[in-house]
Design a protein around this ligand. Sequence first.
Ligand SMILES: *[C@@H]1O[C@H](CO)[C@@H](O)[C@H](O)[C@H]1NC(C)=O
Ligand SMILES: *[C@@H]1O[C@H](CO)[C@@H](O)[C@H](O)[C@H]1NC(C)=O
Ligand SMILES: *[C@@H]1O[C@H](CO)[C@@H](O)[C@H](O)[C@H]1NC(C)=O
Ligand SMILES: *[C@@H]1O[C@H](CO)[C@@H](O)[C@H](O)[C@H]1NC(C)=O
Ligand SMILES: *[C@@H]1O[C@H](CO)[C@@H](O)[C@H](O)[C@H]1NC(C)=O
Ligand SMILES: *[C@@H]1O[C@H](CO)[C@@H](O)[C@H](O)[C@H]1NC(C)=O
Ligand SMILES: *[C@@H]1O[C@H](CO)[C@@H](O)[C@H](O)[C@H]1NC(C)=O
Ligand SMILES: *[C@@H]1O[C@H](CO)[C@@H](O)[C@H](O)[C@H]1NC(C)=O
Ligand SMILES: *[C@@H]1O[C@H](CO)[C@@H](O)[C@H](O)[C@H]1NC(C)=O
Length: 660
Amino acid sequence: MAYIRLLNTRMYLSRRSLAGLIVGAVMIIFLSHNNSYVMTIKKNVFNEYDSNSFLVGISNDNVSDTVREEIQACIHPELDVDDPVMMAFYKKLPKVVCKGEKNWVFVDNGTLRFSEEAKKIHKDFHCDYYPLIRGPGDYQISFSDPIKDIKDGANLTSDFFKITCVDINNNTYENIHAGIHLNLTIKERLQVVKPPANGLGLSIAFLGFDSMSRMSWLRRMPLTRDYLVNELKAIEFQGYNIMGDGTPAALLPILTGKHEQELPEARRNQKGAASVDGFPWLWKNFSQHGYVTSWADAQIQIAPFNYRLLGFEHSPADYFMRPFYLAVDPLYHKYSPDCQASEPMHMVWFNWIRDIFNMYKDDPKFLFHFYTPLSHDDNNKITMADEDLKTFIQYLETGRFLNNTLLLIMADHGARFADVRRTLSGKLEERLPYVSLRFPPWFETKYPEIIKNVRTNVNRLTTAFDLHETFKDVLKFDGAGMGDIKNRGISLFKEIPKSRTCADADVAAHWCACLAWQNVPQTDPDAKRALQTALDTLNNFTQEYRSDCALLSVGNVTMLSKLFTSDDVLKFKETAGDRGLEPIMSAETARDKVIYQLTFFTEPGHGEFEITLEHLIATDSMSVNPKSISRINKYGNDPACILDKNREIRQYCYCKNNLS
Ligand SMILES: *[C@@H]1O[C@H](CO)[C@@H](O)[C@H](O)[C@H]1NC(C)=O
Ligand SMILES: *[C@@H]1O[C@H](CO)[C@@H](O)[C@H](O)[C@H]1NC(C)=O
Ligand SMILES: *[C@@H]1O[C@H](CO)[C@@H](O)[C@H](O)[C@H]1NC(C)=O
Ligand SMILES: *[C@@H]1O[C@H](CO)[C@@H](O)[C@H](O)[C@H]1NC(C)=O
Ligand SMILES: *[C@@H]1O[C@H](CO)[C@@H](O)[C@H](O)[C@H]1NC(C)=O
Ligand SMILES: *[C@@H]1O[C@H](CO)[C@@H](O)[C@H](O)[C@H]1NC(C)=O
Ligand SMILES: *[C@@H]1O[C@H](CO)[C@@H](O)[C@H](O)[C@H]1NC(C)=O
Ligand SMILES: *[C@@H]1O[C@H](CO)[C@@H](O)[C@H](O)[C@H]1NC(C)=O
Ligand SMILES: *[C@@H]1O[C@H](CO)[C@@H](O)[C@H](O)[C@H]1NC(C)=O
């Protein structure tokens, strides 16, 4: 066992070192009319579109402006889907099975339906319908007088209701259901108020899942992800960095454009605290601008705006699912795990969204839904819902419900379980949640410049404030073009500047997943070793041709810098304080590797090379990924003597006969 584990670790290390950083300097070599070799260089050092390898950029201080222009300021660490440290937490669970009899009734686009199966089994059953009433406030509900003997096909009179049924043998059914009843007040409002003409006219559907890092999503949701990315052409963001600890820190910036501490006091037991109604919620703006709005989260005890905060006095949106969960929560103990009566709990949540889409198929929608139960305490439970989520999105797509909708499938942050957080991979994954955006196909045809920017931004440093600006752009489009780095939030419809750092984006250092960047002096022993390794690598290419190619030595070094996970991230253990704003920096997470970025001349011949090298700390090994070597100046006729023998090594060969 111990042997196998060791073997795995070693295989893992060597695979990782091979994966390395990919330097995407593009070299175009062509034969010019006078027969000398000329090389054109596009000095965009990193390959931005290699989506599965890693993220690009370089972080923070002491980087000259020239370098900043060329290289992205924030390089994200390369994360590994198969990371054995993280795979140790992985388990695929079977689909949810709900025991007991199938529900007797269900809802269908605003109507109550009796199931055919129940009608057969339970001759002549009769039901009473009790509308569920919210409030006052976020913690109370009541049922109003029943509609006695309600019929199959009746219109719902409320979104949520309790129903009790009895058949002639006194068999009974009792359950709480969620649907969307026809609300003429809303329908009329939507007739009168239309979305602004200077907006993009898109609906927005945000389906959030708790505690799912990008890597965790890739590991656990393969069916959904494959469908989203390969069939729906969803765009996944790889450099979306969290803003703080927990769900409010992730959702408040999206929904209000502010950090919690910038908003009115709403914490329990704080002097002068009031409900969160006074926050500048985007729901209100969308509602005022011709959209129907919703907010649904499913775990009342840890609801993002109710756990530490006081919750809503008045519903923030047209549709609000909390009252339903207040009614259902006391009943869960009666059912099989993860079920409400005969339905998996997550299906109840999906179906309510489905019903909003049905009732408002052609109306503008701003839907914001966040699901906790499948992934908050244990990421693995969500594997039970992969197929169902895929099927649900497929239903929306094939029913043409998404033709006018920007669909966001994403998470608030990665897993925060203590044992995951202790590992370096876990820390980095926590900071990089899953984020995907899917636009209807016609949108790219109509707004090619927007989609171009969105795709460019995939590997840039992005945050929740950017999503806020993006949503505002849907209401009032501010144009594509280059984003202003001075704003902490930049619409994803604009290009996020390459030079953006965590400081620009208002991400605290201990949350910043960008690799730190440091210039190192040539006298540094590790730097010396790195240079020597890089040089040996170059010379090894020409080893067999030493009678033709000169042995090179290092001439002037123009760039010698290293990239590594910052001390702030390594030392970060957890946060303290009611808002989770005070970092406790006592962790002793070890650094796994340091990446060297070298640019130097070789002599004789004055060749200039750009090389990326990885120093793995655990094994103290340094290696150059052959793909990361770029010859960045012209070599002209220098390798003429070798061309007939081995064309592949021409960049590394300076012919000895040039010396005489
Ligand atoms: C349901 O409501 C619609 C619209 O108001 C109405 O046309 C229909 O007759 C109602 N159906 C029933 C069964 O009452
Ligand atoms: C059903 O319950 C009612 C009231 O308790 C009782 O009068 C009736 O006899 C019962 N019917 C059957 C079939 O048990
Ligand atoms: C949203 O509405 C509020 C008040 O209704 C207003 O102050 C704010 O500027 C609006 N925000 C946007 C992005 O339109
Ligand atoms: C209909 O929607 C409006 C606006 O959201 C709300 O105030 C009202 O209570 C709803 N009516 C019913 C019967 O739910
Ligand atoms: C659902 O019902 C509403 C109101 O009756 C109607 O406008 C809408 O078209 C229906 N949706 C579907 C998908 O049939
Ligand atoms: C989708 O929406 C676009 C733009 O509103 C429209 O031109 C197109 O006909 C719609 N396609 C379908 C299949 O509904
Ligand atoms: C950046 O430059 C300043 C002043 O030149 C220096 O004090 C600091 O140590 C440098 N930081 C890094 C990370 O190299
Ligand atoms: C260069 O080649 C020698 C001999 O094959 C080998 O031992 C050495 O590890 C190589 N060095 C590098 C940096 O690839
Ligand atoms: C190295 O750089 C120095 C200063 O820029 C310059 O004077 C010198 O000629 C360079 N040496 C070579 C070999 O290019």
